[in-house]
Design a protein around this ligand. Structure first.
Ligand SMILES: [Zn+2]
Length: 508
């Protein structure tokens, strides 16, 4: 008898919960209807004895790991990888974020979503948490994002990024430093959109019409607390409760954001964390991206409320934001996830780079050796990301979990000899070893190539929209060049202020 919707992954070496983190366990994995049914040895023989034939996938010389969860990502600027060198966060905003750009075409939205998803899949990510800004908002653009994810086959949790306070109001000194003629250009990640109530549209068209069996799910994306009024935060909390949704937001990415809290929220002791606690947003459903400039008492509030933190090492370093207090968060018991953030500032959707920097940032944060970080980095990239979206069936290889799996080539020089699979994944691997990627038991990447779509045709679609993107980017880059004296002045004033912590090494 041939059993359909069943796949047997044979002769692999898997990293299992509670198993050997260095050598893994030799095993077969039986997948049924997209979920892991059984893990054991000799499963093929057992099936044969019962006269059952199933599709098989040979995992000889392959390390099987849970698919990574990119817990903080924005698909809106995937075409901007490699466009910048070291750039302070406040300058980067003016170069990279959608409110700076004229309206994009539907074709560009589709192409940029696909190329981002392809890069994520190729580096072993099976889930992306996409906090996407679509500005000016057009329902067709949202549909293009969702369709692209469904077509390529990655698991996606999509949140529209929104705000109701203008960017210029939320960055210290911008209003007073810049001449008034430039104020319309001083936007951030999301700007108030007066033409359409995005949240109401999203609720009506998507939240109220759940699609069974879709790998695309939803979250809510208030851009950052200082960009949202109390009413908008409370509306977010209520919607999250009604529909059981995770919430993604940004907190204290840069020193400027911490300073803004000190200046604008004296009634909350200058703390956005205390403000969010009072407004009912903290809790296990909330993902706080970055958290670089958290203070110790705020870390304790996050631990007490079970709030998740998503570390983004690549962008935090490139944008001169600083080193987040990872050890303090770990010691307090805060659940950590890992993200690769925007392509314009992380450049790579590569969880191996993110894991390595996560561990190395901890190493330079304390002169004394601390607990091993490789396992913690891998945990943040897998189970931590799953926890952040309330999914205990992702981020681990166990019966009942979804079969979101990555097969790594153990013949790659990175693993020869195999001293510790966990450490070599984190410290040695660059992404070269990712061979096969499965989402819901379906092969999406096979031997490094996209299996769900014509990869060459996808690249052609991307290249067709690149000239227009480059043309617009050049105009924006020239504008930012003229703004630099005032950007520098605001930057200098931010760095001269005391916010009660220092997260950037200054050599003193
Ligand atoms: Zn972000």
């Amino acid at each position: 008898m041939t059993k359909t919707d069943t796949l047997l992954i044979e002769n692999g070496r898997a990293l299992l919960p509670g198993g050997d983190p260095h050598q893994g366990e030799r095993c077969d994995i039986l997948v049924q209807n997209g979920a892991i049914e059984k893990i054991g040895t000799g499963l093929a023989a057992t099936l044969a004895k019962d006269g059952i034939t199933v599709e098989t996938l040979d995992a000889t010389d392959r390390l099987i790991i849970p698919g990574f969860i990119n817990a903080h990502y924005h698909s809106h600027d995937t075409l901007a990888k490699g466009t910048m060198d070291e750039t302070p966060l406040e300058t980067w905003r003016l170069l990279a974020l959608p409110p700076q750009y004229p309206k994009r075409s539907r074709e560009e939205i589709r192409a940029r979503t696909l190329i981002g998803a392809l890069e994520c899949l190729r580096s072993g990510m099976t889930t992306v948490q996409d906090m996407v800004t679509l500005y000016p908002f057009d329902p067709e653009h949202f549909e293009a994002v969702v369709e692209a994810y469904e077509e390529i086959g990655v698991r996606a949790v999509v949140a529209l990024q929104y705000a109701d306070i203008r960017g210029i109001e939320t960055i210290p000194f911008w209003k007073e430093v810049f001449p008034a003629e430039y104020h319309p250009y001083l936007s951030t990640a999301a700007e108030p959109d007066k033409k359409i109530d995005q949240l109401a549209w999203f609720e009506e068209n998507y939240l109220k019409k759940p699609k069974a069996g879709s790998r695309v799910g939803w979250a809510l994306g208030p851009s950052a607390p200082e960009r949202c009024t109390r009413a908008l935060i409370e509306r977010t909390a209520a919607l999250a409760k009604t529909y059981g949704l995770p919430i993604f937001t940004h907190i204290y990415e840069s020193k400027g954001m911490a300073l803004q809290a000190r200046l604008e929220y004296p009634e909350h002791g200058g703390s956005l964390i205390r403000r969010l606690e009072q407004e009912g947003l903290l809790g296990p459903h909330l993902n706080l991206a970055h958290s670089v400039w958290l203070l110790q008492d705020e870390i304790e509030v996050l631990a007490r409320t079970g709030t998740n933190v998503v570390i983004n090492p690549l962008s935090n370093m490139k944008l001169k934001s600083g080193i987040p207090p990872i050890r303090a968060l770990q010691d307090a018991g805060v659940s950590l996830a890992l993200g690769c953030d925007n392509c314009s500032c992380s450049d790579a959707q590569n969880m191996f780079q993110a894991m390595k920097l996560f561990a190395l940032m901890v190493h330079v944060s304390d002169p004394d050796p601390g607990p091993d970080q490789a396992g913690r980095a891998l945990g943040a990239a897998t189970a931590g990301g799953a926890h952040a979206i309330g999914r205990d069936d992702l981020g681990r290889i166990a019966p009942g979990a979804r079969a979101d799996l990555v097969l790594i080539d153990l013949k790659d020089p990175s693993y020869v000899p195999l001293n510790s699979a966990t450490r070599q994944l984190v410290y040695t691997e660059g992404g070269r070893g990712v061979d096969t990627v499965l989402v819901d038991g379906r092969v999406v990447i096979r031997h490094g190539r996209l299996a769900t779509m014509d990869q060459d045709a996808l690249l052609d679609e991307v290249m067709a929209v690149v000239p227009k993107f480059r043309e617009d980017f050049a105009v924006i880059a020239a504008r930012v060049e003229t703004l630099k004296p005032w950007i520098a002045e605001a930057h200098k004033r931010i760095w001269a202020a005391d916010v009660g912590a220092n997260r950037l090494f200054t050599g003193v």
